[in-house]
Design a protein around this ligand. Structure first.
Ligand code: URA
Length: 436
């Protein structure tokens, strides 16, 4: 079948058959479907949507475009968490060793930063020696022995997603519920998981900026995942301010280390880590209710088991031994470390979170083009959050920059990103909704 006929059908809001969807996806692999076809197809889906049958067919075809792993040799639940992406979101790196310490196997296949959002993989690559592309045998051994391994998409997992996502990213077709569902689930299903917990970010630092859309994404993902017997639940969490007090690759790993050492714990970040960990423990039936899940996760954090697991994972993947004890010598500082000051007195009532993410991209901590090399040491620390009181000339954040020009550019963006007013604001919840 000609790709343009499939596109025409979707353009005219007709339902695609399983065969048409399979042919379109295999055409991407064998070169019969070009990037122009993909961009027209994704735009047609963006406007006309897909029903559940079509979305299941698309997910399955994308999953089968590469290898599908299985973990039958492991004696325990294999569960993962996936975030739709935010600013300062280092939850995965904290949560993975916590849940592994509680008896979950967590083979986590992560992505790079996209636009204004950071990527788990970029953050981990700031650890000297950490190999995000181990071969399959090593990956399996580490998951088996340590309980978790966070790596990049090395294996040939859902390879067409990479192609389709690349086109969506530059054709304004990311915000489509069926395309998001198929993209996320094809990767998670090919990773051979028993269960999944989604963290759907909502707010001005996320791609979902309204609750109806975030709800639609969550519900569709749960419905399609259930069809494949991958038990899935979702949390909608706040992204109207950065998560944690740092943004930038190595700086966020330092925040992870401080968290796992229990020396500096950001309350909002902790709440998200605990809620998602509890949801995973509940999904696997290791606990029977959320409260017990939070208690178990908290214990693993406080008694140092999660920290030990993190250290093991890092050293098995080629990073330093005892990273929790040696954080100072592990990372290189940026040459310029200076504060950005407030020019007003009052309460922080609004933060343009996306702008803060873009400030880090301008500093060189993210990519403007897919092949850009990023600077791991730059970013922001001591970032103030919503509702905090500030006086004129007080620090809004500390900028870690490579050059004075980049510092000045970031300084301007950050000052404009903060709204400071003399009226107080009502605090909003960090965990907005549970979907199951
Ligand atoms: N994350 C993904 O992996 N895919 C999407 O489409 C959106 C977020």
């Amino acid at each position: 079948m000609l790709p343009q006929e499939i596109i025409r059908k979707k353009r005219d809001n007709e339902q695609l058959s399983l065969t048409e969807i399979q042919e379109f996806i295999s055409g991407i692999l064998n070169g019969k479907v070009s990037e122009s076809h993909i961009s027209a197809f994704t735009m047609a889906v963006f406007f006309n949507g897909m029903n559940t049958d079509e979305c299941i067919a698309l997910t399955e075809a994308m999953m089968n475009s590469g290898d599908v792993l299985n973990w039958n040799d492991l004696n325990g639940p294999v569960i993962d968490k996936h975030s739709t992406g935010g600013v300062g979101d280092k939850v995965s790196i904290m949560l993975s060793p916590i849940i592994a310490s509680c008896g979950i196997y967590n083979p986590m296949i992560s992505g790079r930063g996209l636009g204004h959002t950071g990527g788990t993989l970029d953050k981990l690559e700031s650890i000297p020696g950490y190999n995000t592309t181990p071969n399959n045998l090593i990956f399996r051994e580490i998951v088996k022995n340590v309980g978790c391994a966070i790596i990049g998409q090395t294996a040939n997992l859902a390879p067409v997603d990479k192609v389709i996502y690349g086109v969506r990213d530059v054709t304004a077709t990311v915000e489509s519920i069926p395309l998001i569902t198929a993209s996320i689930l094809s990767k998670k299903l090919s990773a051979g998981l028993n269960g999944l917990v989604m963290d759907i970010k909502l707010g001005n630092g996320a791609f979902a900026t309204d609750i109806t859309f975030a709800n639609g994404v969550g519900k569709n993902i749960i419905q399609v995942a259930n069809h494949f017997a991958m038990k899935t639940t979702a949390l909608i969490t706040d992204m109207n301010q950065p998560l944690g007090h740092s943004i930038g690759n190595a700086l966020e790993i330092i925040e992870v280390i401080e968290y796992l050492n229990c020396t500096k714990i950001n309350p909002r970040l902790h709440e998200v880590v605990m809620a998602l960990s509890a949801e995973i423990l509940l999904n696997s039936k290791i606990v029977n209710d959320k409260e017990s899940g939070i208690q178990m996760a908290n214990e693993a954090l406080q008694n140092g088991k999660a920290g030990e697991t993190f250290e093991k994972m890092v050293s098995e993947l080629g990073g330093p031994n005892n990273i929790l004890q040696n954080k100072i010598s592990t990372f290189t500082n940026s040459p310029i470390i200076k504060p950005v000051k407030s020019d007003k007195t009052g309460v922080i009532t609004k933060i343009d979170t996306r702008a803060l993410g873009l400030a880090v991209v301008e500093l060189g901590g993210g990519r403007k083009k897919t092949d850009d090399i990023i600077n791991h040491s730059v970013g922001l620390t001591n970032v103030l959050g919503l509702g905090e009181k500030i006086i004129n000339d007080q620090d809004l954040a500390i900028i870690h920059a490579q050059t004075e020009d980049q510092f000045k550019q970031a300084e301007k963006i950050i000052q404009n990103a903060y709204n400071i007013s003399d009226v107080d604001i009502v605090s909003t919840p960090t965990i907005i909704e549970y979907l199951d």
